[in-house]
Design a binder for this molecule. Sequence first.
Ligand code: PBG
Length: 342
Amino acid sequence: MSSANSNTDKPLNLPQRPRRLRRNASLRKMVRETTLSVNDLIYPMFVMEGEGQKVEIPSMPGCYRFSLDLLLKEIAEVSQLGINAMPTAVNYALFPVIPENKKDDTGTESYNPEGLVQTTVKAIKKAVPEIIVITGVALDPFTTHGHDGLVDENGIILNDPTVEVLVKMALSQAAAGADFVAPSDMMDGRVGAIRQALDAEGYINVCILAYSAKYASAYYGPFRDALESAPKFGDKKTYQMDAANSQEALKEVELDIAEGADIIMVKPALAYLDIIHRVKKVTNLPVAAYNVSGEYAMIKAAAANGWIDEKQVILETLTSMKRAGADLILTYFAKEVALMLM
Ligand code: PBG
């Protein structure tokens, strides 16, 4: 018999033919295990001082540092891209570009109630109240030395004194209206200290997105260009995790859950899909993955050279993160993907 569904008169005797379910797009859609939705995406954006500023980040083409006025415009635009016209579909993680003259050794600007992050959060929540705003809690954008913690005279990054500053920073962000605070510094005990302080001040509904398994990674290069926040000496290996470890990621996750994290994050994402997978298996909390600046830059660079099909590679990459177990993805591709999925 010969028809569209048969291509031979003498079929092999195969009880299982996996290709049967791949024959056409409708079937493939029907049995697809993982889908990428705009609801899964969180859009990290960079805010700078001033007015009328939209400055492209050279190592992150398509990403900009916005002054507040233009950031609000961009957010209004992106908010409309949600499937089902859900204005909250793409949510925001905010990172500030702090001018050198406001940086100091201890990052005091980080908890200024009138600081760039605090004013920006207030303005976003006023303009589009239903949008979820996530603020980073770490000192590196605010310190002259570019480290995420306070540094002693020998160049040692101090843990407990840093946690005290992080708590002040998180409280000031909560006061400004942040929905989530996201500690990204990898100091020990910071999630618990922040949770206790938030609760004590009545911010019981402010969530914690914990960068639980954050690796000391070379993939953060373009982000540090964007914020001009690269460490002035040494590296971040005494606080961020060793790329060779995975048991340690589970230990960090366990601690952050015990300390009160609402969402667990693995960062970077692409070179750490195994970690995402393992983390997802040990927790019932939502798991986020951070598709970081270097991962973004690599795709953009190859696409600019015409070496890959950019759209397909973006979708394939983000799908791999969801397949590995991520429920949410922080990605600089959020806007592009929202447009693709519309
Ligand atoms: C700050 C922070 C970093 C990133 C997010 N928050 C850089 C770092 O730890 O040095 C990196 C994000 C990216 O590369 O996209 N602690």
